[in-house]
Design a protein around this ligand. Structure first.
Ligand code: UDP
Ligand code: MG
Length: 321
C-alpha cells in the first residue's frame, strides 16, 4: 500500500447548477487539507460526472477545471441515472487512483467522514461504507420509506448495508475486481458486498440538501428498489415456487375433502369433480411456473457472466515499496 494514496473523489451531478458553486469549493478544501497533512498524494483529483444535465452544470464543471488542477470533469452523452454516472466515474478513475470515494454533490453526506474512511483504508479495509447514523433531518415520510427500502431489499435477497447509500471508499484492488462484473443493470450498493474483500463502515450524520431539489422522489426510489432486487436476486421467482408448493398441498387437501363429501353424499352432482379439477390445476400451474422461473433465473444469472472467483491476496505477491 502506498504511503500517500492517490484519491479520486467521484461526484455525479445532474442539474446541480444551484448547489455546485457552493459544494465544489468544499470538496477542494477537503482534498487540499488531506494533501497538506500528507494523507494523500498531490495527484489526487475531484472528478465530476455530468449526467446529461439540462442546465449550466457542465459549463460550471468546465469552468472549475480551468481554475484548479484538482478539478476534473467527464460528461455522459445523456442522462443515464445516478448509478451509471457513479459507474462512469469509477471506471474513469480505474488505473489512475489508489482509492476512490463516491459522494453526492449536494452536501448531504458529511464530507468530513472522508478522513475516517481514509484512516480505515490505511488500517487495511478495501471497502469503507458510509452509513447514516441518523435521519433526523429527513421528514418522517422520507425516513420511513427509505428504511423500508433497505428492509425490503434484504428480505428479497439483495444484500445491502443498512442505511448506506453511495457514499463509499473503494480501493483500486476492489475496483479492478469490480470491473469484471459486466452486467448492464447495476445497483452499486448491492454489488460491492458481492465483490467481497475486507470492508468496514464509517458513521456520519446526514444533512439537508444545501440547495436545489432531490431527484429521488418516492417513484424513483421504488423503481430503484425494484431494479436492485431484480438485478441482484431471483428470490421473487423462489416465492412463486414456494407458493406453488403451498397451493399444491392445499389442493390435495381440497381433493381429499371433496372425495369425502362425495362419498358421504353431502354434495350436488358434479361438485366434487369440479373442485378436484380446480384444486389440481391451480397447484400444478403455479408449481410449473415456479419451475420454469427457476430456469429463467439461472439463465438470467448466467447472462450476467459475473466472475466465478476473485482472489484478494497471494502469499507470493511482491509487496510494493
Ligand atoms: N444524480 C445523477 N443523475 C440522476 C439523478 C441524480 O447523477 O439522474 C446525482 C445528483 O446530482 C446527486 C446524486 O445523484 O449528486 C443524488 O441525487 P439526489 O441528491 O437528488 O438524491 P437524494 O439525496 O435526494 O436521494
Ligand atoms: Mg441528495
Amino acid at each position: 500500500m502506498r504511503e500517500k494514496p492517490i484519491l479520486y473523489i467521484i461526484i455525479p451531478c445532474y442539474n446541480e447548477e444551484q448547489v455546485l458553486p457552493i459544494t465544489a469549493p468544499m470538496f477542494l478544501k477537503k482534498i487540499c487539507d488531506l494533501e497538506n497533512r500528507g494523507e494523500i498524494s498531490g495527484e489526487s483529483r475531484i472528478l465530476f460526472v455530468n449526467d446529461g444535465s439540462r442546465d449550466r452544470t457542465w459549463d460550471l464543471i468546465r469552468q472549475l477545471a480551468g481554475e484548479d488542477r484538482h478539478y476534473k470533469g467527464i460528461a455522459q452523452s445523456r442522462n443515464r441515472g445516478h448509478q451509471n454516472a457513479v459507474l462512469a466515474g469509477l471506471m474513469e478513475a480505474k488505473g489512475k487512483a489508489d482509492i476512490t470515494i463516491s459522494i453526492d454533490c449536494d452536501g448531504q453526506d458529511d464530507i468530513n467522514a472522508m478522513d475516517a474512511m481514509i484512516e480505515e483504508y490505511k488500517g487495511g479495509a478495501e471497502v469503507v461504507y458510509g452509513v447514516r447514523s441518523s435521519r433526523k433531518t429527513d421528514t418522517f415520510f422520507k425516513r420511513f420509506t427509505a428504511e423500508s427500502f433497505y428492509r425490503l431489499m434484504n428480505w428479497m435477497g439483495a444484500e445491502v448495508v443498512f442505511n448506506h447509500a453511495d457514499y463509499r471508499l473503494v480501493s483500486s484492488k476492489v475496483l479492478d475486481a469490480f470491473s469484471d462484473f459486466k452486467e448492464v443493470n447495476i445497483f452499486l450498493r448491492g454489488m460491492f458486498p458481492l465483490v467481497g474483500f475486507k470492508s468496514t463502515s464509517v458513521y456520519y450524520e446526514r444533512n439537508e440538501r444545501i440547495a436545489g431539489e432531490s431527484h429521488y422522489p418516492l417513484k424513483k426510489m421504488l423503481a430503484l428498489a425494484v431494479d436492485g432486487i431484480t438485478s441482484l436476486s431471483i428470490k421473487p421467482i423462489r416465492l412463486i415456487t414456494g407458493m406453488g408448493i403451498l397451493i399444491s398441498i392445499l389442493g390435495i387437501i381440497a381433493i381429499i375433502w371433496a372425495i369425502v363429501m362425495q362419498v358421504t353424499g353431502h354434495t350436488v352432482a358434479g361438485w366434487a369433480s369440479l373442485i378436484c379439477i380446480v384444486a389440481f390445476l391451480g397447484g400444478i400451474q403455479l408449481l410449473s411456473l415456479g419451475v420454469l422461473g427457476e430456469y429463467i433465473g439461472k439463465i438470467y444469472l448466467e447472462t450476467k457472466a459475473r466472475p466465478r472467483y476473485i482472489i484478494s491476496e497471494r502469499t507470493d505477491e511482491i509487496t510494493e515499496e
